[in-house]
Design a protein around this ligand. Structure first.
Ligand SMILES: Cc1cc2nc3c(=O)[nH]c(=O)nc-3n(C[C@H](O)[C@H](O)[C@H](O)COP(=O)(O)O)c2cc1C
Length: 329
């Protein structure tokens, strides 16, 4: 068992990464149904939340069946982050996560996300403010450091553990790398080996197959892995890893009928949660991922991303299911 404060997780838990515009409740529902052990909201701007901005407030919505679930916050101001930790706590998640990893300009260049890797004293103060503001376990997600010359996540791990965070997830890239190149887990492994570190260390970056998850578990000794991009259009990855870990064999790949069924669930939840117009529109980014690899899929994709009619979407999904005969795919 792995513990994050009072939260119990199975051995080697599989975490769904927080992903803006992706890991909303509809997507989380399909990941939960397919084996994700711990999930997070998309990151929530503390500046937005403190101003009661609708977009930020909506991201606080969580559901009972999602537990354990964390709300992720980011920001540049220590007091605002503390105040937002109180607001987020009232939404009743299982934990509060702080984002010190986001590399994108309008976050990191405004002193939030990965920018805190350049100012560890401020990161410590901010984390302390959040820890003090909530009775919930506080976790942190960060990167190796700002750039190749300043890979300071070892110091970050020790200092944040000392002020009370209950788990740390490390994405094996620097801020400067953004999402380029391969994630380097060597330093993540070294932090796990540090006898001073008692909290769970979760590894993140480029896990896209059961083999890789197990190989990285064994090679780097992490307590669990967080999976982001590989779950988009393929939420089965969580149960696939668990099956492989248990049996040493691969589960059969999802059939076209499986893909249609999960895509439909995702679509239906999107519409229920966001309303028909926004739900239909936001779902468009997912179709190509759900049907990746199907030969000659382009015409279906074009139809899926252009129709404004829920009924027609249903008919196109039926057609996909009928026309892709399993043996031919
Ligand atoms: C579309 C997208 C949105 C993301 N949004 C967030 C976010 O809101 N908070 C966060 O901590 N990381 C965010 N990330 C980073 C992921 O959580 C994860 O660290 C990164 O994708 C590497 O993991 P992967 O190789 O398994 O995808 C995002 C990544 C992507 C691709």
């Amino acid at each position: 068992m792995i513990h994050i404060g009072n939260i119990q997780l199975p051995d080697f838990p599989l975490l769904l990464a927080p992903m803006e515009d992706v890991s909303d409740p509809p997507f989380r529902a399909v990941c939960k149904a397919n084996g994700a052990d711990l999930m997070y909201t998309e990151f929530i701007s503390s500046e937005g939340l403190i101003r009661d901005a609708a977009k930020s407030v909506q991201k606080l919505d969580i559901f009972e069946y999602e537990r354990p679930i964390g709300i992720q916050l980011f920001g540049s101001d220590v007091e605002t982050m503390g105040a937002c930790a109180e607001i987020a706590t009232r939404a009743n998640p299982d934990l509060i996560d702080i984002n010190y990893g986001c590399p994108v300009k309008n976050v990191a260049c405004r002193g939030a996300g990965a920018a805190l890797l350049q100012d560890i004293p401020k990161m410590v103060r901010m984390t302390e403010a959040v820890v003090k503001a909530t009775h919930l376990p506080v976790t942190v997600k960060t990167r190796l450091g700002w750039d190749d010359n300043t890979k300071n996540v070892g110091e970050v791990a020790e200092r944040l553990q000392d002020i009370g965070i209950k788990a740390l997830t490390i994405h094996g890239r620097t801020r400067v790398q953004m999402y380029k190149g391969n994630a380097d887990w060597t330093l993540i492994g070294r932090i796990k080996d540090n006898p001073r570190i008692q909290i769970p260390i979760f590894g993140n970056g480029d896990i896209d197959s059961p083999e890789k998850a197990l190989e990285y578990k064994n090679r780097y000794g992490v307590d669990g892995v967080m999976i982001g991009r590989a779950s988009i259009g393929h939420p089965w990855i969580f149960d696939e890893i668990k099956h492989y870990a248990r049996t040493g064999e691969h589960r059969p790949a999802p059939t076209v009928a499986d893909r249609v069924a999960v895509c439909r669930q995702h679509l239906d939840f999107s519409i229920r949660w966001k309303g028909e117009i926004v739900g239909l529109f936001e779902m468009r980014r997912h179709y190509a991922n759900y049907f990746k690899g199907l030969p000659d899929f382009k015409p279906y994709r074009s139809r899926l991303v252009t129709t404004d009619s829920y009924a027609e979407l249903g008919a196109i999904l039926d057609e996909i299911q009928e026309n892709y005969i399993p043996e031919l795919v």
